[in-house]
Design a protein around this ligand. Structure first.
Ligand code: 5GP
Length: 262
């Protein structure tokens, strides 16, 4: 067993703690916590067992993405609730959201109906700042810095987000689940953009298919899906009982355990 009492704590966030790896300056330990938050920290609970199930989901997803050739910080999961990841040189202070199907905050934009399908997927950058509620960057501004300032970082984050959407959507489809949207984060390691952070029950929306063979080739796919059967953190955001929330997170971990065979 690793002894974190003797290790230097580098950072503590809402859902995990980062420790320096005493044996390797180029990697750090990421230890999952039972905390769950929503509404930019306004809602907070301790959900017993969440760290262990999120750790499983995160492990299965990152190992799958690594196999698919996505450049991620993930190295291994040496023991329950602990992942070993590459140490960052610089964190990029953005949340990068990709959407296949309209749900959540995009419904407030007007002229968007729940279930509208985006093909290609849409990707948006949010400045990570809880008090400001993670404001979205203007797409025109992002295009401008890619084009005029020669920034390859934004272009790479967009490209990786879209590749991850395609891979994970395909993986969840094997289990009769539509990946609706997700949020990813990035950092720089050795001058290159890497997918970092965790991908777990709170990172995405997952809605089961209504039938075995849904027709997803439509402008709006809501009739083909069952949002009431959602498996994700929206159950918590909507005020569901905590024991139901942990059951959903466990169901996600049970699904991603099947990614090994894909
Ligand atoms: P929305 O903008 O519709 O609220 O969220 C889009 C997607 O990004 C959803 O899958 C949601 O779970 C995820 N997301 C957005 N903001 C956050 C955040 O601050 N933390 C986490 N974990 N996920 C987020």
């Amino acid at each position: 067993m690793l002894n974190f009492d003797t290790m230097e704590m580098i950072a503590e966030g809402n859902t995990k703690v980062i420790y320096a790896n005493p044996e390797d300056a180029k990697s750090v330990y990421m230890v999952f916590k039972d905390d769950i938050t929503a509404g930019d920290g306004a809602k907070h609970d301790i959900l017993e067992g969440k760290a262990a199930v999120d750790w499983r989901t995160n492990r299965d997803i990152f190992e799958y993405l690594n196999r698919m050739g996505i450049r991620t910080h993930y190295l291994s999961s040496p023991e329950e609730k602990v992942s070993l990841v590459r140490k960052l040189d610089r964190k990029i202070n953005l949340e990068v959201v990709s959407r296949r199907v309209a749900a959540g905050s995009i419904l407030g934009w007007g002229n968007v109906n729940e279930g509208d399908r985006y093909d290609p997927v849409i990707t948006q950058f949010h400045y990570k700042d809880d008090p400001l509620h993670d404001p979205m960057l203007d797409d025109g501004y992002v295009d401008y810095i890619i084009r005029e300032k020669g920034s390859t970082e934004y272009a790479e984050m967009r490209q990786i987000n879209e590749a991850v959407m395609i891979h994970l959507e395909k993986a969840f489809a094997h289990f009769g689940i539509q990946l609706i949207d997700f949020k990813l984060e990035y950092g720089i390691i050795d001058g290159q953009v890497y997918l970092i952070d965790e991908i777990s029950g709170g990172s995405f929306r997952l809605w089961p298919y209504k039938t075995d063979n849904p027709n997803l080739d439509q402008a709006n796919v809501l009739p083909e899906l069952n949002p009431d059967g959602r498996l994700d953190k929206d159950t918590y955001r909507m005020g569901e009982d905590l024991d139901k929330v942990i059951n959903k997170f466990e169901a996600i971990a049970n699904i991603t355990s099947g990614f090994e065979d894909l």
